[in-house]
Design a protein around this ligand. Structure first.
Ligand code: TRP
Length: 449
């Protein structure tokens, strides 16, 4: 088939790094470890893996199919594939998720900038016996510093997006991802060399099934969506940049497996060290900001490893936040005929303004509650556990029940040039398994069932 003249990723490797860059982020290194710590360790990981395999990968592939076939932003694709039908509401739902996720993403990513600064400082100034909880609390509940860090992070994101798809997203991911991988492996080795590290491995890999509750399911499902970047148009948008000769099932499997692998590696980097120093795994969102500095503080060469770790976190966050922003930027370029720079500036400012509220919800706005949760927690819960699975549900319903099977098959097999033996299983999953599982987990998690 002839390539149309839309921009696209330059190579298959480019597609892989860009999508892995989107998937691997704070979700793997900040969210996954703290959820694992809060939800009982190995049992949570097991359910998470099942969610990824059974629901995550098929939806990931569905988004790539919709994006490449529909050739447009995550709103336009549905208009192209199903003219005169209202399926484009999936794209609109996605825009809400983008802004909500970007807002709290910027908060956490901003914290990493502060911690990079603190790590650099402690390389030069001897800081013995610091109270890391106090350091974290002083910083993240204050007004000025966290907001400045968040703005800095959004500026970095916007700069990469300004350079566009190949020069910005693809090239940046190619440079940043290998760095991330190397740092993570160094940290794993360091962590495993500590005394008693075996306890951490047990926590990660030896499931205790009595720890499984219904909220574990909802958290695992939400995490699968969040970590794979599915359910809001990111992978649809990237799919529209994928060339016609790309093997979509292979890309989906490879990217999802890499994403799981990196999350587990993050667990291996964190938990053995944590247990080795006798600390609690259920510290919540502060896990990597309180417990890890403590761990680093007690280690030989701690400041250096701390610096490495927070650079890692920032790099991972950047390759993901660009994929979030690009969803809105492409929409503004294609639908509102804006220039890339204008679209980037407008959407980055929008996300930053919203982000100021989530950032300040730890400090001056901490008493503002929405349904009993802080602004930050509500944003995370609403986007991750509600909006993402909901869009995922509609995406599989659209493909499974309303879009011609022949077209799906053509798109997956690149018009019959490659084979995809699992096609019947894939169809079965998107028609029945995924929608039913999402509804079930959803209703139970919300306490309705
Ligand atoms: N997957 C990224 C992470 O793990 C975050 C992310 C990027 C995302 N794009 C997304 C999450 C789209 C949900 C939807 O950090």
């Amino acid at each position: 088939m002839k390539e149309n003249n839309r921009i696209s990723f330059g190579s298959k490797f480019g597609v892989y790094v860009a999508t892995v860059g989107s998937a691997v982020g704070l979700g793997n290194i900040w969210r996954f470890p703290y959820l694992t710590g809060n939800n009982g360790g190995a049992a949570f990981i097991l359910i998470y893996l099942i969610c990824v395999l059974l629901i995550g990968i098929p939806i990931f592939m569905s988004e790539l199919i919709i994006g490449r076939r529909g050739q447009g932003n995550s709103f336009r694709v549905f208009k192209n594939l199903a003219p005169e039908k209202p399926w484009y509401f999936i794209g609109i739902l996605g825009f809400f998720s983008v802004f909500i996720i970007l807002s709290f993403y910027g908060t956490i990513a901003g914290w990493t900038i502060e911690y990079i600064y603190l790590s650099v400082k402690s390389l030069f100034v001897q800081t013995q016996n610091s109270d890391y909880t106090a350091v974290f609390n002083d910083f993240h509940t204050s007004t000025f510093a966290p907001v400045v860090c968040q703005i800095l992070f959004m500026i970095m994101t916007a700069i990469i997006i300004l350079f566009g798809v190949q020069k910005g997203i693809e090239n940046c991911s190619k440079i940043l991802l290998p760095i991330l991988f190397v740092i993570l492996v160094i940290l794993c080795v360091r962590s495993l060399m500590l005394p008693n590290s075996i306890e951490g491995l047990k926590f990660l890999f030896y499931p205790d099934f009595s720890k499984i509750t219904t909220s574990v399911f909802l958290n695992a499902l939400g995490q699968a969506f969040f970590s794979l970047s599915i359910g809001m148009g990111t992978i649809i948008t990237y799919g529209s940049y994928v060339k016609k000769d790309n093997n979509l099932p292979k890309t989906s499997f490879l990217v999802s497996l890499t994403d799981m692998f990196i999350a587990i590696l993050a667990g291996v980097a964190i938990f053995p060290a944590l247990f080795s120093f006798g600390m609690s795994p259920s510290e919540g969102p502060g896990l990597v900001f309180i417990v890890l500095p403590e761990v680093f503080g007690q280690m030989v060469g701690g400041s250096f490893f701390s610096l490495l770790f927070f650079i890692l976190l920032l790099v991972a966050a950047l390759t993901s936040s660009i994929s979030l922003l690009e969803v809105v930027v492409l929409f503004l370029i294609e639908e509102c005929k804006m220039k890339r720079w204008a679209a980037t500036v407008v959407s980055a400012i929008g996300a930053t303004i919203l982000g100021v509220f989530t950032t300040l919800s730890f400090g001056p706005l901490k008493d503002v509650n929405i349904f009993g949760k802080s602004i930050f927690d509500s944003a995370d819960f609403l986007a991750t556990n509600i909006f993402l699975p909901l869009s995922g549900f509609f995406i599989v319903i659209f493909l499974g029940w309303f879009y011609p099977k022949k077209n799906i098959k053509n798109e997956i097999t690149n018009d019959g040039t490659i084979r995809f033996k699992l096609f019947p299983i894939y169809l079965f999953i998107i028609k029945f398994v995924a929608p039913i599982a999402i509804i079930f987990v959803f209703l139970r998690g919300l306490g309705i069932l």
